[in-house]
Design a protein around this ligand. Structure first.
Ligand SMILES: C/C(=C\C(=O)SCCNC(=O)CCNC(=O)[C@H](O)C(C)(C)COP(=O)(O)OP(=O)(O)OC[C@H]1O[C@@H](n2cnc3c(N)ncnc32)[C@H](O)[C@@H]1OP(=O)(O)O)CC(=O)O
Length: 270
């Protein structure tokens, strides 16, 4: 499925993966003619790209975006879905759910750079990312109930955790599409920026992340995510264990040494 290109890009037909020298991995959903809808082929390509990130310690932050100016991702491929029987639907929803879960479980931070509309599975994909930046032209929504189904890729669980139960219920029951400003107001995205600055903003935040100790960043992500849904004492114990992982690292000593020498630290992920 993957073709290794000369410039270091790895491409499948609908997923473009581009690793930068500083450890930032760009993943682009590349089906603009179909509003970057999640076809089975795209999901399999995305799953492969995420697996590659998961096991490559030189990848320190991931930015996921959509090709074109209109859509980040229009969710499940409704044309493909129309020809499926119940068994195929279950299998496909499971593929979407598992792929989006594996995105959330990546050790590295993931930034959604939402270049346009994100509906259904598109918003669910963004919900599984650590940080969401939306173009001012973007629209978001869990539109599934308008199609006679429910969010099947984590939306009923992740949206209430992010924006509160009442707001999530209103958005899911009505299938209402909201603009980027409203998404910012309710905490569904962290930033809105003009379309032209979207990737710069995403790469700026990613650049700040990759400057830091990679073990520290992945342990911070682990502690926040694993501690979020448990009681405070359990969460604090999770944090303590995560901190413990950083103590024997060369990077911790490098941080102290660099501070003493008034220079930028050079973290190696060990
Ligand atoms: C994850 C689970 C469920 C879901 O995700 S359900 C799907 C939720 N998605 C939606 O409700 C969005 C549906 N699409 C739209 O509202 C609009 O198409 C759009 C994305 C706002 C774009 O509108 P615009 O007017 O700019 O352009 P077109 O409508 O002409 O679209 C361009 C092109 O793209 C095709 N397309 C759009 N969305 C999809 C889609 N989801 N699947 C397949 N194809 C899509 C559209 O048909 C056009 O192509 P043509 O060949 O020109 O017809 C849970 C679970 O898994 O169940």
């Amino acid at each position: 499925m993957e073709v290794l290109c000369e410039k270091g890009e790895i491409m499948s037909k609908t997923i473009v993966v581009n690793k930068m020298d500083n450890g930032i991995m760009m993943i682009t959903l590349n089906r603009p003619e179909a509003a970057n809808a999640l076809s089975i082929e795209m999901l399999e390509g995305l799953r492969d790209a995420l697996l590659r990130c998961k096991y490559d310690r030189s990848v320190r932050c991931i930015v996921i975006t959509g090709a074109g100016e209109k859509a980040f991702c229009a969710g499940a491929d409704l044309k493909e879905r129309a020809g499926m029987d119940a068994v195929q639907v279950r299998k496909t929803v499971s593929l979407i759910r598992d792929t989006i879960n594996s995105l959330e479980l990546l050790p590295q931070p993931v930034i959604a750079a939402m270049n346009g509309v994100a509906f259904g599975g598109g918003t669910e994909l963004a919900l599984a990312c650590d940080i969401r930046i939306a173009s001012e032209t973007a629209k978001l929504g869990l539109t599934e109930t308008s199609l006679g189904i429910i969010p099947g890729a984590g939306g009923t669980q992740r949206l209430p955790r992010l924006v509160g139960k009442g707001r999530a219920k209103e958005l899911i029951y009505t299938a209402r599409r909201i603009d980027a400003n409203e998404a910012l107001k309710i905490g569904l995205v962290e930033y809105t920026v003009p379309f032209a600055s979207l990737l710069d903003k995403a790469l700026d935040i990613a650049g700040q992340i990759v400057r830091n100790g990679p073990i520290a960043v992945t342990q911070a992500k682990f502690a926040i995510d694993k501690g979020y849904d448990v009681d405070l004492n359990t969460g604090l114990a999770i944090e303590q264990n995560a901190y413990e992982v950083t103590i024997p690292t060369k990077d911790r000593l490098e941080g102290l040494q660099a501070f003493k020498e008034k220079r930028t630290p050079n973290y190696i992920g060990e």
